[in-house]
Design a protein around this ligand. Structure first.
Ligand SMILES: Cc1cc2nc3c(=O)[nH]c(=O)nc-3n(C[C@H](O)[C@H](O)[C@H](O)COP(=O)(O)OP(=O)(O)OC[C@H]3O[C@@H](n4cnc5c(N)ncnc54)[C@H](O)[C@@H]3O)c2cc1C
Length: 434
């Protein structure tokens, strides 16, 4: 049996490689960078030595295929889930309130009860939720924006500001006017309308240690090959199989190939005629940034591992010492802004000042703490999405032996870890069935 080539060592490529190795199929994974993990990786902060992720990654209990992938590579126990969905919110003017959905009650009863206790809204905002409930299994127009859908379902401005807008930003990394309603609908169906599907999970270690190193070991142990520092420049269809051209001018011949790279690098690799339409679609993807500001204080600021911020520019704050269960770490907070186009041009100094100022507004006690160290991490293309008028590409391509994977492909989900892993598994299954 010939080796199957997989281009890209992020969640999608690694999931495909693990699935194929486990099925006894030899793989060769080709990754441009020197390390695996793609858009989810960690590194040591040069000043404190603390492990930093390129951005806080949250898992959900409904990430079915991701949990399967983590189980296969022996990492499942290092993602710690809340016993029930529970987020502490702090509003700049209305104070603190928790949004909690009991796992012991069925949906939507648990949602109803959770919203009744949530002080950021009033009880009059709740009845229109019935309309969302009625639309949950409807086939929505794929071009429908979240903003329009919420309008059609009569969601009140207060409900949008306290729940829908933060959820859309967090789960889709897009603003409601350009995010797909069908993606939000999928999140609601798979997470919030399942008994404990929305429970959030954190990795208790850096992302690279959580999955990249373990997936590597898993693949190598089963006879797979991993070639880091190998950039593919062209994918050329051949009479039998596919030829891959590397930056160092080598040609690798393979029977089948899974391309698990982001849309723009893929567009550059696909110049042959049969791919013209796919190439055009790939060039339409637009990046959506995520900004993370890390702040080290001389004392603890929060009691919870995470807190949602309302009425601010940045939306979430995470307490990394609480997440890692690391009592030796000085108070290390990560303040996050999603779909943060408007913040990307600001200097590190400005971003750190803004994060501190917003933190002081919602945690007034933080004003007494001394800032020891800080940095800002800009992920300019944290996720990529197509304008609403376009349909995302599927696993299959015009070439019978070339398959696509990546969080941006048509999995029915927004660009998330779960979408990446599902796409990787789907591509592996497609290879196995040819
Ligand atoms: C800051 C941040 C926070 C996030 N938070 C969350 C979260 O809380 N929850 C969640 O579910 N998701 C989150 N995400 C999204 C999640 O990280 C992605 O959905 C997922 O990592 C995408 O995996 P992928 O394999 O599809 O793509 P990638 O990770 O981009 O992998 C593609 C790989 O292809 C390689 N490559 C590119 N070109 C070539 C080439 N020419 N030759 C060879 N290799 C090449 C790249 O180097 C890369 O390693 C976040 C992302 C960021 C950046």
């Amino acid at each position: 049996m010939k080796r199957i080539a997989i281009i890209g060592g992020g969640f999608a490529g690694l999931a495909a490689a693990v699935r194929l190795c486990d099925a006894g199929c030899p793989v060769a994974l080709l990754e441009r960078r020197q390390q695996l993990g793609g858009r989810a990786f960690s590194f040591a902060d040069p000043i404190t030595g603390d492990t930093l992720d390129n951005g806080q990654h949250l898992f959900m209990k409904c990430y079915r295929e991701t949990l399967d992938f983590l189980t296969r590579i022996g990492a499942r126990d290092d993602v710690v889930f809340q016993p029930q969905f529970n987020i502490a919110f702090r509003h700049t003017t209305h104070g603190a309130s928790n949004l909690r959905f009991s796992s012991a009650l069925p949906a939507p009863l648990n949602l109803l009860l959770g919203f009744l206790r949530f002080r950021a809204i009033r009880w009059t905002d709740i009845p229109p939720l019935r309309k969302i409930n009625a639309e949950l299994h409807k086939a929505l127009d794929p071009c429908l924006a979240v903003h329009t859908w919420l309008g059609q379902c009569d969601q009140t401005p207060r409900m949008r500001a306290a729940f829908w807008d933060p959820l859309c930003l967090a789960a889709l990394n897009q603003r409601p006017h350009n995010a797909r309603a069908c993606h939000l609908q999928a999140v609601l169906r798979e997470a919030f309308w399942q008994p404990d599907g929305a429970c959030l999970g954190y990795a208790n270690r850096g992302l690279s240690n959580l999955f990249a190193h373990r997936a590597r070991e898993h693949i190598l142990k089963r006879g797979g090959e991993i070639h880091c520092g190998t950039a593919i420049t062209a994918i050329a269809p051949a009479r039998t199989g596919i030829h891959l051209h590397t930056r160092s001018a080598k040609v690798l011949k393979t029977e089948a190939c899974i391309a698990a790279v982001p849309p723009l690098p893929l567009a550059k690799m696909l110049c042959a005629k049969p791919f013209a339409k796919l190439h055009h679609t790939l060039c339409q993807y637009e990046p959506s940034p995520i900004l993370s500001v890390n702040l080290w204080f001389d004392r603890p600021i929060m009691r919870e591992p995470m807190c949602g911020l309302l009425g601010t520019t940045m939306e979430w704050v995470f307490d990394k010492a609480a997440i890692y269960g690391d009592c030796d770490r000085a108070s290390h907070l990560t303040v996050v802004a999603s779909a943060a186009h408007h913040l990307m041009h600001q200097s590190n100094r400005e971003l750190i000042a803004l994060a501190c100022e917003e933190l002081h507004r919602v945690f007034p006690e933080s004003q007494r703490a001394n800032l020891l160290h800080a940095n800002a991490i800009r992920e300019r293309a944290a996720t990529r999405a197509l304008p609403l008028a376009y349909t995302p590409p599927k696993t299959q391509t015009p070439h019978p032996h070339l398959f696509l994977a990546g969080d941006w492909t048509d999995t029915g989900l927004p660009a998330t870890i779960e979408s990446a892993v599902r796409s990787g598994y789907a591509a592996a299954d497609a290879v196995l069935s040819t």
